[in-house]
Design a protein around this ligand. Sequence first.
Ligand code: PDD
Length: 283
Amino acid sequence: MSTLCYLNGEFLPLEEARIPVLDRGFIFGDGVYEVIPVFGRRPFRLQPHLARLARSLDAVGIRDPLNAATWPRLIATLIERNPFRDLSVYLQITRGVAPRNHAAPKDCQPTLFAMVSPMPPQTEVQPVAIATMADIRWQRCDIKAIALLPNVMARTAAVTAGAYEAVLFREDLLTEGASSNVFVVVDGVLRTPPHSGHILPGITRDTLVEALAGTPDAVQETDITRAEVLAAEEIWLTSSTRDVVPVGTLDGWPVGQGAPGPVYRRVMERYDAFKQRELAASA
Ligand code: PDD
């Protein structure tokens, strides 16, 4: 099915969208992106997503091509003009078109591209397989940069090994998945790595932390060692496109007593209620 996308001020069928080969996104991976989930045609956690996009743009020195009022309008128009009820909106901004030179030009007109994809139907949760791998990325993984070669290599190696996602370790410490954040339950305590330059500050991660604050399942944001991950009773992945997914096997070995575990089931009730309240409030 053809979808309608947006490129530099124009709405057009996705197959017809074109960018010049000298776009610095194509030449250098010089750009940032964002992925916003939409449920029942309502964006979920729109402001945190737009705030992260603004931080990414600022960190790499690309001018924001829109503003606080026009970003929500663009997203609303894409939702209206496409047929899906549950979808994700992909936004990409590159520094723009310029002769090839590593030094960023001062006066570049950013390229703004946006598209939508239908969200897979939210059916019964299926536990996924993960494969562990070395995290070979840079020190600014907090920027949502379009240059994703290490993530692509890790996820491809995971899929080749029969897994769904790669889970990454920097030296002995858990960082995140190739395109997800990671939570573990160790000795009954729910934990996730703290914000740093080694992980993307995932909006789903932060939402789960917020939804559970002050409850008996409050999340501890602490370093997590490889030994702790291997001994975890439960492991979950979070992302805007998959929400919270329990892990069934790690490098082929079952995780805990079988997924989804008791903490997952308990926490998901609270998380789903939080999500429904937020979506209702954004009407
Ligand atoms: N990826 N870590 C990385 C490296 C990611 O690429 C993502 C999301 C996450 C989870 O963040 P959030 O909860 O805000 O989606 C963590 C998106 C979905 C993607 O690249 O398609």
